[in-house]
Design a protein around this ligand. Structure first.
Ligand SMILES: NC(=O)c1ccc[n+]([C@@H]2O[C@H](COP(=O)([O-])OP(=O)(O)OC[C@H]3O[C@@H](n4cnc5c(N)ncnc54)[C@H](O)[C@@H]3O)[C@@H](O)[C@H]2O)c1
Length: 368
């Protein structure tokens, strides 16, 4: 039936990014847009073009097989997903934009998109990480909002992509600023029987949880690599959560305590400290006693996927240094110092010896 003027407008979704999580996000979204009347069926997915060892372009392979043969092999994305290597073309007619690339590429992507997106576009970021500028940290959702002039929500949670790809149940949190209706539309777009999404009015808190837990996961990997056992790992996770909350609240006084009990908070911290790629690479780093570089380990172990925790640890360290807060965050500080080889991996549990003024490994109790 042809649409008439009284039909409510349909939302058109484009996804910017097509790595491991980007591909799973496209599968979730495509399964909904094809069934829900308020969305156009087709979902465009921008692909950072690569040539596969066979000589075929990744985009062509995705459109031929309906699988991301490099970043999510063996999983059908949905016949309504169309891969597009042309960034501007991929977003030109969308009014719901999903950003899901490694965070270090976002500034360049935003620059290319200025003036190229629709006036009524809404955005959501699934990206974990931050940009550090002279004036302080800039969350990725803020970068998107400021550069593109759009409202930007975030979606974070205990979401190891490969588990969601095979439809194992998990939860996620949409963080939004003011408009509940917009948040509900994102919840609708992502929710499936195996992916339970709820909304939380704390965009900074949700995004900082997702970002900072990758730093704690590096410490969890060191603990695993050194066979320190479960109690030590639990201690590191507890201190990590405390520093996550403390730093988030110092940076943004609006951050809510309750956010840390959502999927984006403690649940994401747990899954990342047990299962994620940051933990895995840090374990290998500790096993090599810091002799192998993270760049080597990333290239060998992740095959094109990107490690976020080490760069985020550096960014967090720069923020702490700039603000004069290094002493207040001994775990975050130490993780970076180990990552850059200034300290050995075993230093992860040596706070009390190195910082005698502190009463315990947990650092000062003055954190908010
Ligand atoms: N994988 C997960 O389990 C998971 C879960 C939740 C959140 N995330 C977050 O999602 C975001 C994206 O991660 P992912 O897992 O989809 O990606 P990935 O690490 O699997 O893949 C890397 C992607 O970056 C692309 N790329 C490489 N060079 C590029 C360039 N110069 N410009 C633009 N893109 C380039 C690659 O083509 C590929 O699509 C990250 O912020 C990550 O922290 C990942």
């Amino acid at each position: 039936m042809a649409p008439n003027d009284e039909d409510p407008p349909k939302f058109k979704v484009s996804i910017v990014g097509s790595g491991n999580w980007g591909s799973v996000a496209s599968k979730l979204i495509a399964s909904n847009t094809i069934n829900l009347p308020s969305f156009h069926d087709e979902v465009k997915m921008w692909v950072f073009e690569e040539t596969l060892p066979s000589g075929e372009k990744l985009t062509e392979a995705i459109n031929r097989t309906n699988e991301n043969v490099k970043y999510l092999p063996g999983i059908k994305l949905g016949s309504n997903v169309v891969a597009d290597p042309d960034l501007e073309n991929a977003v030109s007619d969308a009014n719901m934009l999903v950003f899901v690339t490694p965070h270090q590429f976002m500034e360049g992507i935003c620059k290319r998109l200025v003036g190229k997106i629709k006036d009524d576009a809404q955005a959501i970021s699934l990206i974990k990480g931050m940009e550090v500028k002279k004036e302080g940290p800039c969350m990725i959702s803020t970068l998107i909002s400021q550069q593109l002039g759009v409202n930007c929500c975030v979606l974070m949670g205990a979401n190891i992509a490969n588990e969601i790809a095979v439809e194992k149940f998990s939860e996620a949190t949409v963080g939004y600023r003011g408009n509940r209706e917009i948040a509900e539309n994102w919840v609708k777009l992502f929710t499936t029987p195996y992916f339970a999404v709820s909304a939380c009015q704390d965009v900074e808190g949700v995004e900082l949880c997702g970002t900072l837990k990758n730093v704690v996961a590096i410490a969890a990997g060191f603990v695993d690599g050194l066979d320190m056992g479960n109690n030590t790992k639990a201690a590191i996770m507890r201190i990590g959560l405390k520093e996550m909350k403390g730093l988030s609240k110092l940076l943004f006084s609006t951050v809510k305590d309750s956010t840390f009990f959502e999927s984006c908070g403690v649940a994401d911290l747990i899954t990342t400290c047990f299962g994620g790629r940051n933990r895995r690479c840090a374990e290998a780093y500790a096993k090599s006693d810091g002799k192998r570089s993270f760049d080597d380990l990333e290239a060998e172990m992740l095959q094109g996927q990107k490690l976020q925790g080490v760069s985020t640890a550096k960014e967090v360290y720069e923020v702490l240094k700039h603000k004069g807060w290094l002493e207040m965050f001994p775990l975050f500080t130490r993780i970076h110092e180990i990552c850059v080889g200034r300290l050995p991996p075993s230093a992860i549990v040596e706070y009390s010896a190195q910082t005698p003024k502190r009463s315990s490994v947990g650092g000062p109790d003055s954190l908010p």
